[in-house]
Structure formats: structure tokens, C-alpha cells
Write a protein that binds this ligand. Sequence first.
Ligand code: UD1
Ligand code: MG
Length: 451
Amino acid sequence: MSDRTCLSVVLAAGLGTRMRSSLPKVMHEIGGLPLVGHVLKALAEAGSSEVAVVVGPDMPELEQTVSALSPSARCYVQSDRLGTAHAALAAREALSGSNDDVLVLFGDTPLVTAETVANVRKRLAAGADVVVVGFEAADPFGYGRLLMEGEQLLAIREEKDASVEERKVTFCNSGIMGFSGSKILGLLDAIGNANSKGEYYLTDAVEIANRDGLKVVAVAAPEDEVQGINTRAQLAICEGVFQERRRAFAMENGATLRAPQTVFFSHDTIIGEDVIIEQNVVFGPGVRVQNGTEIRAFSHLEGAVVGTESRVGPFARLRPGANLEGKNHVGNFVEVKNASVGLGAKINHLSYVGDAKVGAKSNIGAGTITCNYDGFNKHLTEIGEGSFVGSNSTLVAPLSLGSGAYIAAGSVVTENVPDEALAIGRGRQVVKNGLGKKLRARFQAIKDAKR
Ligand code: UD1
Ligand code: MG
């Protein structure tokens, strides 16, 4: 099979009006990746040599997304949305190439696996002219029904055009189809729009192929892999399936999830071995968690690296650019953004560390804030190795604390501190003996006078 060339055409021009959204339907996300991105990923894994994406005329952001995700993919614009066959023909130039296999997939069917795509290609390699991926639908409403006669698929009937008998069929069209590269253009060009929607249905290629005496077969896939998204409710269902897959994947790879159903991953989350993830943890895009770490309950991580044997949370927030180099403790109500935290450094409670470099083995006390923003620009705070920053310190950036520096609790630090120095930046304490008692008596007298 690997010597056969393969073009994949991803249809993504539909507006998805039932989503009630200003975004093109396929730009909605699952696991932080647009729907169309999931399809592109599966195609890359299945070794599709060429990819064409059919977009609408008013979708520049979709074109940008496609080229960012898959630089070699070409976008074709379908100017009028006249149906799925019409959409596929927008990529006529690509279809006119000499590929052995041509796959047509929908951008709104994101959970398809590389394995299913490979199955379609196997059937084409074995001599089928048209292959349709079908599934047994729990609720077939809205899907095209596959009308089989033995091995041969005779027709796909859309819901609106189906008879009462045909609507009882539960074996449905996923939208994923494979064609012999030499046959597809002839089939698509023969499709008309005499149906209840007045659209050019890609699915009509099946009846036409039968008329031409071609071999048309169906392969079955599990429903959760091929369900299409036309509504926000279906988007949520697919998100759920995606999350289940990622949880299983993390556990297979050596992570303990205390309550898997409460942990949410991104499409690109990387979790190492012997990682413990407690309840209610959310991973945004771009997180790498290395071996032997513990992510405690109610933490939110995004664009961050958690180095080996670190402990994060409970209630921690790691934002983009947070880089914990290893053996770190980042505790409750600590936010770290665009900051490297050296080996063994600790930020245990109630702190904001942004645009900073924290040296190895430093200890950042409770309530420490890096004041990185002056309302106009962001500034860096550098903290040397083995420093001690006392609780409730305010570090006004740009600022550099030397290694081994010691900052007294409650300081507002505006000037650089040399290596091994002590900085105290607060009002001096004054003690007045007996004045507490006097004050209390005076306040009591004021209260009594009001009665
Ligand atoms: C389609 C299938 C149906 C199948 C179901 C599976 C047809 C006629 N029907 O119905 O058999 O069971 O998917 O989910 O193919 N699109 C365009 N341009 C258009 C119309 C659609 O690019 O003019 C794209 C959409 O962006 C979408 C895909 O094609 O990604 C499918 O279109 P949609 O309108 O969602 O079709 P369904 O009604 O779901
Ligand atoms: Mg659909």
C-alpha cells in the first residue's frame, strides 16, 4: 500500500449554521485544536501524500489555521455552498492529478483515526473503486443511510430524501469516502442536484458508481470515531470522547490519574512516567510534564514545562513560558508566567512570578510578587541561585538579586541587590510600651459616650 500515492480532500467550507457562531464550524476546538486540525493530524499519520482543504470564500482565518497546522496542504475556495460534491469539485485541480487513492473527509468529523483511514486505503488497494466508512448509529437521525446488498453498497440516502423504510436503517455514512483516483472526477461530474435540498450530494457518487458497474463497498468504524459535529451539543460529546482517549493514553504511558474523568488534556499534552495527577486538573495547549512529578488538585497549566520530580499545586497556575527545571515546589495560589525556575527552587504559597529567572535552590516566600509591568512595558526580574526572598516582598522589575541574596519579609525592592547581601525595604518598627492599654481605654470611652 505504501507505494500508492494518496490525495486527501477535506471539506470544510460549510458554515455550520446550527452552531450559531461567527466562527467557521471546523474552527471550533476539541482539546484546544480546531476540528479540522484533528483530521489533518490523522491524515499525516496515515501517510496521505497530498492534502487539499476546501474552505469558504469568507474564511481567511481558516486558511491561516490550515497552513499553520499543515504547511504543505493547499486550500481551495468553494465560492457557493452547493453541497458536498460541489465542495469536493472545488479541488478539481488536485483531483486531476494522478493519485492512486483519493480520500474525501469532512472537517466536522474530527475523531477519525489513522487506522480507519488506512483501512479505506487497503480496500482501494484490494480493488474497490469506492469505499465508504459506515457506522452503526445509536440515533441515525440526520445521517445518510447506507443501503447495502450483500458486500455491495448500492446507495446512500440522505435523511430528507429517505423513505420511511430507508429511515429505519441504522448503518450510516460517516462522510469518509475513498475513491480510485482514476474514477473520482467522472463520478463527481455526473452528480446532479435533484433532491429535497437542491444540493450536489457527494453521497450520490455511490449510486452513479453502481450504474457504471463499479465495485462499491462499506467498511465499518466505531460510532465514537466518526460522529459528525453539526451542533454545540455534538461538539461537547466529541470533546468527551477525545478526553477519554487522552486519559487512557496518559495512563497507558505510566501516569496515575486519581479521578480520570476530572482531568482535561490538550491535543498536545505530553505526560511522562510515574506522574501523579490529582483531581480537577486542566491542561491547556503546550504542556510537558516530565517523569516523577505530581500535579495536585485544581491546578491549571498551559504552555509550561514541569521538570522531573516537581510538585505543582494544589491550586497552582502555570502560564505560557513557565519552565520548572526540576525538583521544584510550586504550591497553592501561585501563578508563574514566562519564568524559568531553577533546579530545586521553591515557590510554595500565594505568589506571582512573571517575566523572571529564579536561580536554583532559591526560596520565594509566601505572597511574593514580581512587579513586571509598569502599565506600558514588561520587565525582567532575575533572582540568583540560593536566594531567600522573605514573605510578602514586592520585587519591582527590572531588578536583579544576586546569588545568596536575602530579602527581608515585607520589602519593596526597587534596587539591585548584590550577591550575599541583605536587603530590607520597609518602614522601621517602633515599639511604645504601655500605649496599647491606653489606646484601648480611649476607644472604650468613645464607645460608652455614644450609648
Ligand atoms: C453529511 C453527509 C451524510 C453523513 C454526514 C456525516 C452528504 C450529502 N451528507 O451530512 O450522508 O451521514 O455528513 O456527518 O454528504 N461542506 C462544504 N461545502 C458545502 C457543504 C458542506 O464544504 O457546500 C462541508 C462542511 O463544512 C462539513 C462537511 O462538508 O465539514 C459535511 O457537511 P454537513 O453540512 O455537515 O453535512 P451533513 O448534513 O452532516
Ligand atoms: Mg455534518
